[in-house]
Every structure is written in structure tokens, then in C-alpha cells.
Design a protein around this ligand. Sequence first.
Ligand SMILES: [Zn+2]
Length: 241
Amino acid sequence: MQIDLVSRAAWGARAPRQRHTVPWSLRTEFFVHHTDGPVDQTMRSIQDFHMDGNGWSDIGYNHLVRDSGTIYEGRGWLVVGAHCPGHNRTGHSVAYIGRDTPTAAALRSMRWLYDEACRRAGRELKMLGHGERFATACPGSRLQAWVDQGMPIDGEAPPAPDPTEVIVKKLPVLRQGDKGWDVKTLHYLLLARDYGGLDGVDDTVFTPAHAEGVRGLQAAAGIEADGIVGPKTWPVLLRLS
Ligand SMILES: [Zn+2]
């Protein structure tokens, strides 16, 4: 694969205010970000924003990638970044210049950087989207789905996942006898759906009264009325479907 790598000198980078490096032995993660700006934003304007707007010592990321597939040297290999609190030493970072519409060429370049980072580190780095380690929508749902799939390079980023699926994926399957916080959630969702069978019923255990309420909602929604709260029933309880 032909790699088009633009050095700091070539894009006219300002000198960093300070610069710290770590050894490869410390690098364990590879982070994917997006700049959340226009796809034609210049490197220099991103750096100016990070240094003058955010007050950072340099552009935040180690590398950046554009839709053309061009790779830009940000802070570069092994330099401590400013991209994810608590992970700037352990994580190498690449940012897609844009929001959530990476081209196949941009994905190929990000994957090349990942493989190159693993080669230099001498081991596999953990693939992460920024939002997996910090409360942020970065790198956007398509790029995150691509990271979740192991950063495949044959084609475009996967379509943005259905937000209902994302929420429901995090919820457990609940049956009669189950206990815990998710049962409490179920209890109050049933109350919110005007189910009247829960007066004086323990909200920490999935009781027969809860199962009856669930069966009623399932029947009304036209799904199997088995009294078990799974991926088809949660959306009904949450009014997502
Ligand atoms: Zn980010």
C-alpha cells in the first residue's frame, strides 16, 4: 500500500511549547478520534485551535488522516498526546479529519497506522474509540462501529447502528427471580406504563407480579408473551418501539 505521509515541516507546524515522550513498552492502546469539523480543515487551523483555543502545548493527536487517505504527522510516534485524559501516555491517537463520513481511503490509512503502531510496539494494541474511555460522542457512530468490528479495511465504514440497538445491547435479559438494579429499572418502567399490579411489591426482585405486567405489555405490543425481559421487550418498556 502506497502511504502518503505529510511531516510536520511539510504542513507548516508551529513548534510545540513542550514535548514529552514515552517508550513503546508503555503503549498499550490505539485510539480513534474525529476532529468533528469540516473534512477540508487545514492541519494548521486544527493546531491553532488546540494551542490557542484549548491552551495545549501542540496539536492534540499523534496522527491525523484525511479522506484522500493522506496521513499527517501530529505529535508523532511516542509523544504524549492531549486526546483522552488518563490515556495520553498509554494510547497512540489518530484523528479522522471530519465528522462521521470516512472514505475507504481514510479507513485504510487509519488501519495502516494501527498495524504500524503494533509493529513498532512489538505487540497488539487495544483498538478503542475515544468514547470507550471518556464521556464523548467522538469518534461518531460509524467510526465507532468500525472500531468495534476490528477496523476492517475492505470498503466503507459500517452504517451507523440503530440507537435502540445500542441501548438494548447494554441491558440484561431478566427473568422471574432475578435481583438487582436492572429489576428496579423494570419495576419503575412498569409503573410508568400504568401497570397497577405492583402495590407493595418488592422492587428489587423480579416477582410473579412483574412477570404478569411484562406479559401484559408483550401481548399489547404483539410480541411473544413469555414474561421474560429481553432484547424485544426492553424497547417496548422504554417506548423505543
Ligand atoms: Zn476524540
